[in-house]
Design a protein around this ligand. Structure first.
Ligand code: SAM
Ligand code: SF4
Length: 465
């Protein structure tokens, strides 16, 4: 495959032109954009710039209210839950912000054996997890890339009782088209890759050695994944490395390029913020620090700009910020996470971890919290299992139709969790949450949800519509 030129993916000249039009907050302009956003058709780069100018409290509230409206219209009250699984922290690269970088001698290196991966999986499934994000540094043990393929097989295979992983998403370094084809054969969910920064200059300064220093190889990876037939891809920016305004506009440019070229945008967008990492100076002192308010603005602007795309927030963030962000458009969160290989099944020393976590709570605690706020913690993997992926998923998400599935599947998988894994307190909060969710559903999805809930109570598992 020809590697697409950067200019065809990132419309830099236009972005700079748009940014140079940055002016004072203009309430008339902002309100016009917010009205457009409520039509659920997304926003262009110039609209995004308009929302970036917001500073005053009243307009911030209006921005957040619009984001809440769009999130509820498209996804309803469900919040998808997953856990990352770090299988290896070996890496040849030199990303200055990451503890896994090759020259960092302060962490213990290891790649889990297949038996250890099975043990990690069982730990996660015993807590009730159904979705895993498999993560690794960019160097594999002697089996090479086959190691990752075997790890995926091991995770899918490792089940006990009602515990099983039903969808594996993967976050590993850019692959060749042939490797992506092998990943597809393993029936993964989403392939995730963050550009970190779209600013080529900054990219060069923070990626000092190894394959990751090749900006273009990384930027073109999503093209190769889609060419190889993968249905769902996830993209993202590591906030803190560059100017957030530029990064958001460039991210949108990447999305528009994918839509033009492949007819679909990303299934998810991730919004990691730089967190302190062992052996990294820049991770503790980001060149472009993002305060909490700006971070919430970023989430809200993204929600309004690409309404049909899932937004993922990890346990890098604190419980407080995560709570605030659910309302603004985050639709998937990790819970009970460890970022060191073996972190779930072995005594947690934290050594070998990739970065510091902001949320250390267990899955049960997070679920209770989410449910008490009125959101339905969803363990649904229905779309993926029914083949409702790629363009088919987008076609339903765009006009807000996916909610008809998310609503019933969200409550039924939540009930599975409550019946099989929850503590008594979480079960109590959760049952109330399901009642409330049912009361807020339209008639048809509500009927479907009630049928699914009855079947779960009768002992059926892994059912969806
Ligand atoms: N090695 C692969 C790569 O770099 O794409 C995949 C795994 S890497 C561990 C996953 C992501 O972790 C990176 O894309 C980066 O955005 C994020 N990351 C690295 N260091 C971080 C830090 N200090 N704080 C927050 N996120 C970080
Ligand atoms: Fe390696 Fe990925 Fe960390 Fe870079 S971000 S050092 S490639 S694990």
């Amino acid at each position: 495959m020809l590697i697409p030129r950067r200019e065809s993916i990132i419309n830099d000249k236009y972005i700079h032109q748009v940014i140079s039009g940055l002016r004072e907050e203009d309430d008339f302009w902002v309100r016009e954009i917010l009205a457009k956003a409520r039509e659920l058709k997304g926003l262009n780069q110039s609209d995004m710039l308009g929302l970036m100018t917001i500073q005053s409290e009243p307009l911030l509230h209006e921005l957040f209210a619009a984001a809440r409206y769009v999130k509820d219209e498209i996804y309803g009250k469900r919040l998808v839950i997953f856990a990352p699984m770090y299988v290896s922290n070996l890496c040849h690269n030199e990303c200055t912000y990451c503890a896994f970088r090759a020259k960092n001698k302060s962490i213990q290196r290891r790649s889990l054996s297949q038996d250890e991966i099975a043990a990690e999986t069982l730990k996660l499934t015993e807590c009730g997890h159904k979705r895993v994000l498999l993560v690794a540094g960019e160097a594999y043990p002697k089996q090479g890339f086959q190691y990752i393929l075997d790890a995926i097989d091991t995770v899918y295979r490792s089940k006990s009782g009602n515990g099983e992983i039903r969808r594996i998403n993967v976050n590993v370094a850019p692959l060749t088209e042939n490797e992506f084809e092998q990943l597809k054969e393993r029936k993964i969910g989403t392939y995730q890759l963050f550009q970190e920064t779209y600013n080529r200059n900054i990219y060069g300064k923070v990626h000092l050695a190894g394959k990751k220093a090749d900006y273009q190889w990384r930027l073109s990876a999503i093209d190769r994944a889609l060419n190889a037939g993968l249905n769902d891809v996830g993209i993202g920016v590591l906030f803190g490395l560059g100017d957030w305004r530029y990064e958001l506009l460039a991210l949108k440019s990447h999305i528009e390029y994918l839509e033009r070229r492949f007819g679909i945008g990303p299934h998810t967008i991730s919004v990691p913020r730089l967190e302190p990492a062992d052996g990294s100076v820049i991770a503790s002192a980001p060149p472009f620090p993002i305060d909490d308010m700006t971070f919430q603005k970023i989430v809200a602007i993204l929600r309004l700009s690409v309404p049909y795309t899932g937004i993922i927030m990890s346990t890098r963030e604190t419980p407080h910020l995560r709570r605030e962000s659910f309302a603004l458009g985050v639709s998937q969160i990790s819970a009970g996470s460890r970022t060191n290989p073996g972190g779930y099944s072995e005594a947690d020393t934290g050594n070998g971890a990739q970065f510091s976590l902001g949320d250390h709570r267990s899955l049960d605690e997070v679920v209770k919290d989410v449910a008490s706020l009125g959101y339905v913690p969803s363990f649904c993997t229905g779309c993926y299992r029914l083949g409702r992926v790629g363009a088919d998923f987008m076609d339903m998400a765009r006009p807000g139709l996916i909610k008809r599935h998310c609503d019933p599947n969200g409550v039924s998988t939540f009930l599975e969790y409550l019946n099989d894994f929850a503590s008594p307190e979480t079960r109590e909060v959760g049952m109330k949450c399901i009642e409330q969710a049912l009361a807020g559903m339209d008639e048809t999805p509500k009927r479907v949800a009630e049928t699914l809930l009855r079947q779960v109570n009768e002992g059926k598992r892994d059912i969806y519509c």
